[in-house]
Design a protein around this ligand. Structure first.
Ligand SMILES: [Mg+2]
Length: 317
């Protein structure tokens, strides 16, 4: 299990003022390569998570998204002396108001939903609690927070009142990287990871470098993962069901505990015990009169037996 930095793509890693489907127009933002190298050196895995609603709007195709991602990967490698920096690109081509009907829908992968982060965590064995998300939009922050990560919002100003509060705000990518590196102790996995042994080679398991989903055989989109056509099983629903069951079990257990502590059986047993002690004391006070003594003691004995019976009955309940 490793920590990751989840990266929004457009206007976080690359300049994108509109719908970018042309790999030739890809331009990395200042400080991105250096920042990513620093994050990798600190032991973070790097995962791009990007909404690509332009596919649903018909502005470009999924193949174009893959081309752009491949170009980003290529530029980063060039600037990092051949080192592979991004572990995997995730994108969501769906949009509820898309013009292309096959992409017109809400989808758990679509930010502000945390779907892409959760999928990446499952695919790459990531520890979300020690991971970060860097993005330039509020929906990035919400997605990161929903997945349980800390977040850095790239912005020139603090978020407006009512907006999601990121862990930190940074004006530039370099600043965001500095914040993350200062805020975290070196990840414990550093040095123990098998996948990072080489300085330059992609830390991928066999077969992991390819795309995921039905487009697998159709396109070779290097390390780009797209969601399944059918929305994945709603783990959020299952998770909340699991939590409800756990809550109910806890509640029953504590109720049972409470009943055990303050129940009528226990109260009656306590009362009987006191009566038994009282009778025994009275018996001791009349030691000189054998018959009286034995009556009190018989009463005490019965009281004690009743106490034990009540306690046993309470344990069974
Ligand atoms: Mg963005």
């Amino acid at each position: 299990v490793q920590p990751a930095v989840f990266l929004d793509r457009d206007n976080t890693l690359i300049v994108n003022d509109g719908d970018l489907g042309d790999p030739d127009r890809v331009r990395l933002l200042d400080g991105v390569t250096t920042g990513l190298v620093a994050l990798r050196d600190a032991g973070y895995r790097l995962v791009v998570v990007s909404n690509q609603g332009g596919v649903a709007r018909g502005a470009f195709t999924e193949a174009a998204v893959a081309d752009v991602n491949r170009r980003i990967d290529q530029l980063l490698r060039q600037h990092a002396q051949g080192r592979s920096l991004i572990d995997r690109f995730y994108y969501c081509p769906f949009h509820p108001e898309g013009a292309r009907t096959e992409y017109r829908r809400e989808h758990p992968w679509r930010k502000p939903g945390p779907g892409m982060l959760l999928q990446a965590a499952a695919d790459l064995d990531l520890d979300l609690a020690t991971s970060w998300l860097v993005g330039d939009q509020e929906r990035d922050v919400v997605a990161g927070q929903s997945a349980g990560c800390r977040t850095v919002l790239l912005s020139g100003q603090p978020p407006p009142p009512g907006a999601a509060r990121p862990t930190a705000v940074a004006r530039t990518f370099a600043e965001a990287v500095g914040l993350i590196l200062r805020a975290t102790p070196p990840p414990p996995t550093r040095g123990s990871t098998v996948t990072w042994s080489g300085p330059a080679q992609p830390p991928e398991a066999p077969g992991a470098g390819r795309s995921i989903g039905p487009s697998d055989s159709a396109h070779d989109i290097s390390r780009t993962a797209r969601p399944a056509r059918e929305p994945p099983r709603d783990d959020g629903g299952l998770e909340s069901l699991r939590r409800a069951v756990v809550h109910l079990t806890d509640e029953l257990r504590s109720q049972r505990q409470r009943r055990a502590e303050f129940g009528p059986m226990r109260a009656a047993a306590g009362l009987c015990q006191m009566v038994a002690i009282l009778l025994a004391l009275l018996g001791l006070l009349s030691l000189d009169e054998w018959m009286t003594f034995s009556r009190w003691m018989l009463g005490a004995l019965l009281g004690q037996l009743l106490t034990i019976a009540l306690l046993l009955a309470d344990l069974r309940a």
